[in-house]
Design a protein around this ligand. Structure first.
Ligand code: ZN
Length: 446
């Protein structure tokens, strides 16, 4: 069912991220049939009517945000379980141990809470890198929330110390093929199913090559957790290309930047995870990748690794982390941070023709920030305030494909407090069932 036509009228600024990167003052946007039909100054569009009008006076309008690496399920049940110094392989082993013990019901509720958190802070598109086990249960969440999802099923065919189901290469490829056939373009096309080998050290070259071939055959994509040193191997086996999204890309060198650029592959970096793990965000090759024209998206990773899902904080982490890491105020300017979370992020996911900017013809995926708040004033440069002063809690309205899904700061598709209570209960149950010792921090809890 199509949403009624909608007019967002008189925003103080609209940050369009269109081809000219226009910031329109006193802007209106009109939406019909789920798509943007008009973008311009309120005065010019005064006579264009719609079934519903939202008075955006004083607000800042942006495209909805794109999150290129977001393990959506599981983590909300155990958020905050891991202390600051529990990172890397040890953390990952524990993540998979807990995740593999989860039931369908638990995954449904944790995914719903994650989608609430994402949506309420303005993110409508995300890549779940294959970690959801009960996708059918989660489809209902995605349908109601109106989000756009890239997902898949994680496959590995080499021995690993992680509690991931390993299977023979042919079976891993058959599972990937079956998944893409079953799910690609569901949710009226908003769901894209990709090939998702976990990482190059848990997948054979036959599996990597086969996954890429399946992505090509089905006209879809592939994402993989990627580390420096393995880029050349991926290129040699034919697993790099314009439909491949490399996650994290930690430790890559300049020659690997060249290989990524040469093959047209994209990258997603998770600044908050790198910062939290003390893994040297500023040393990563983000400025070099962007300079070579590689589409780099930003990701929030997971609620138990970084741990917030707020795209505004994610952009802030990227803009600050690289300036500090490079001792250079010229890297990752505020505008570039916005691009990575919108248009360039959408490009990295192959979704640029549908979302990522406020332009006529695109899906009406929009975020309206309330700026009559202390942290938004004075409002002289909306991009500067968005990146350096605000966070996602000032989101007032979110429109997903023309449908209002956040109204006056609240999601309309679920009762956030009730879902939070449910996840708390399920998380405590999961920890008890799996005999997980909870280290409640360094201070005594009495
Ligand atoms: Zn991941």
């Amino acid at each position: 069912m199509l949403a009624p036509s909608l007019k967002i009228e008189g925003a103080r600024y609209a940050i369009t991220v269109d081809a000219r990167r226009r910031v329109i003052e006193d802007a209106s946007v009109v939406v019909d049939g789920g798509r943007i039909t008009h973008v311009g100054q309120a005065e010019e569009l005064r006579d264009v009517a719609a079934e519903r009008t939202i008075d955006a006076t004083g607000g800042v309008l942006t495209p909805a945000f794109v999150n290129g690496h977001m393990h959506i399920s599981y983590a909300h049940a155990v958020r905050g379980l891991f202390p600051d110094d529990f990172v890397g392989r040890d953390r990952l082993r524990e993540v998979f141990r807990l995740q593999s013990a989860m039931t369908e019901e638990e995954e449904y509720w944790t995914s719903l809470l994650a989608v609430i958190e994402l949506t309420r802070s303005g993110t409508l598109t995300f890549v779940d890198p294959g970690s959801t086990r009960y996708l059918d249960a989660c489809l209902q969440v995605y349908a109601e929330a109106g989000c756009r999802v890239v997902t898949g099923t994680t496959v590995i065919d080499l021995d690993s110390d992680l509690a991931l189901p390993r299977c023979p290469t042919a079976e891993a490829l058959a599972r990937t093929d079956g998944f893409i056939r079953a799910y690609d373009r569901r949710l009226q096309g908003r769901l894209r199913a990709w090939a998702m080998p976990f990482s190059s050290d848990t997948a054979s070259s036959d599996l990597l090559r086969g996954c890429k071939r399946l992505a090509d055959t089905h006209g879809t994509g592939m994402t993989i957790h990627h580390n420096g040193g393995s880029t050349r191997m991926l290129e040699e086996v034919g697993a790099l290309g314009s439909n491949v999204l490399l996650a994290h890309a930690a430790g890559i060198e300049d020659s690997e930047v060249e290989a990524i650029a040469r093959t047209g592959a994209s990258v997603v970096m998770c600044p908050s995870t790198s910062l939290k793990e003390g893994s040297g965000l500023g040393k990563r090759k983000l400025p070099e990748l962007l300079a070579r024209g590689v589409a780099v998206a930003l990701g929030a990773d997971s609620a138990n690794s970084s741990n917030y899902l707020d795209a505004v904080r994610m952009m802030n982490a990227a803009a600050l982390g690289f300036k500090d890491g490079r001792l250079d105020v010229h890297v990752v300017p505020a505008e570039q941070a916005v691009e990575m979370a919108t248009l360039i992020g959408a490009r990295a996911l192959g979704l640029e023709s549908d979302t990522g900017s406020i332009e006529v013809g695109k899906s009406a995926d929009l975020v309206l920030f309330e700026t009559r708040r202390a942290e938004w004033r004075a409002l002289l440069d909306p991009v500067n305030n968005l990146i350096y002063s605000a966070d996602g809690r000032s989101v007032r309205t979110v429109v997903a494909g023309g449908r209002v899904v956040v109204d006056e700061g609240r999601v309309v598709f679920a009762d956030e407090a009730a879902v939070a209570d449910r996840v708390q209960e399920l998380g405590e149950g999961l920890l008890a069932r799996t005999r997980t010792r909870v280290n409640s921090g360094r201070w005594p809890v009495e």
